[in-house]
Design a protein around this ligand. Structure first.
Ligand code: ASP
Length: 319
């Protein structure tokens, strides 16, 4: 089989290791492994990178462990507004939705936007209506809510009231899910989905649905999906910046992504991370927080998942 590779993240808003039980960390790693399995099943059957990243992201949107779909963050009004995008590195076709309130799997809506018309990005009620008309599942707001996010919103409101928002834990603030893949035909794709950050302003749109910022893919170069305070990913056009450094400066994937996460974003003192795959199948997953939910399958078929420093190699995917 030609080389294929896959990497995913479940956001850099990971709690301190001691804040959750071993059983909860194991459950989160299992969901990462299930996401990898969904993407890898597509790639190993000769399927497209686009189908693989969509399949991997859907699993994390459906999991309560990550800030996307079910388990998404709440905005300042206690409302879920969901952002997602997907990009095809072959044609540079892309689709996105932002501030959607009812789409069960926003990444599927992003894919439908990409495939069904001229628009790259549909927003708000129009995105919800488009998804429903397309036949995608829609849900009441309550479907997206988990106890953890309700508590995180209360914690952020308390920080706001006492002027200590900057001291909030990364896990109280944000999270995102994303996937990048190289398929057997040498094509690259990236997808990202998020509830944004807890207590975000009504109508705020982050980097995840912004092509070039939170999501980017270009065949022959790399595919990138980011997580972290989106405003800075937009300002630094992170995904495109990494691809440009590789294309114009001939930097490796690792050097280009480390430069952006550890140097360019450093002065802003924000939590940030990403996963990326290059055209040769190499993978990078830098982050500057305590941890980042992440996993990858190498071109050799080796499977890894991690939440903090320790990286676990799995013998096989979960049943
Ligand atoms: N990038 C996301 C946003 O700003 C949040 C995150 O990844 O933590 O909407």
């Amino acid at each position: 089989m030609a080389k294929v590779a896959l990497a995913i993240h479940g956001g850099c808003g990971v709690m301190a290791q001691l804040d959750l039980s071993d059983a909860e960390w194991t459950a989160a790693r299992e969901d990462l492994a299930r996401s990898l399995k969904a993407g890898w099943t597509v790639l190993s059957a000769g399927g497209s990178a686009l189908d693989a990243v969509e399949a991997a992201v859907v699993v994390m949107e459906d999991s309560p462990h990550f800030n996307a779909g079910h388990g998404a963050a709440l905005n300042e009004n206690g409302v879920h507004e969901l952002d997602a995008s997907i990009m095809d590195g072959t044609t540079l076709a892309a689709g996105a939705v932002s501030a959607a309130r009812s789409i069960r799997n926003p990444v599927k809506a992003a894919r439908a936007v990409m495939e069904k018309g001229d628009a790259v990005l549909l927003t708000g009620g129009a995105a919800d209506q488009f998804a429903e008309k397309t036949g995608l599942a829609v849900e009441p707001q309550a479907y997206f809510t988990t106890e953890r996010r309700v508590k995180a919103l209360a914690a952020m409101k308390a920080h706001e009231a006492s002027g200590t928002a900057a001291a909030a834990k990364e896990s109280e603030k944000h999270g995102t899910v994303g996937a990048v893949a190289l398929d057997a035909s040498g094509h690259l794709a990236a997808a990202t989905s998020t509830g944004g950050y807890n207590n975000k302003p009504d109508g705020r749109v982050g980097d995840s649905p912004i092509i070039g910022a939170g999501t980017y893919a270009r065949d022959g170069v790399c595919a990138v999906s980011g997580t972290g305070k989106g405003e800075f990913f937009i300002r630094h056009v992170v995904g495109h910046e990494i691809a440009s450094r590789m294309a114009y400066l001939n930097e490796s994937l690792e050097a280009a992504s480390d430069k952006v996460i550890h140097q360019d974003l450093k002065p802003h003192q924000i939590g940030a991370g990403l996963v990326a795959v290059a055209a040769d199948g190499s993978i990078a997953a830098p982050y500057n927080t305590d941890g980042m939910f992440r996993g990858w399958v190498t071109t050799e078929g080796e499977i890894f998942v991690a939440t903090h420093d320790q990286v676990f190699q799995l013998e096989t995917f979960p049943a």
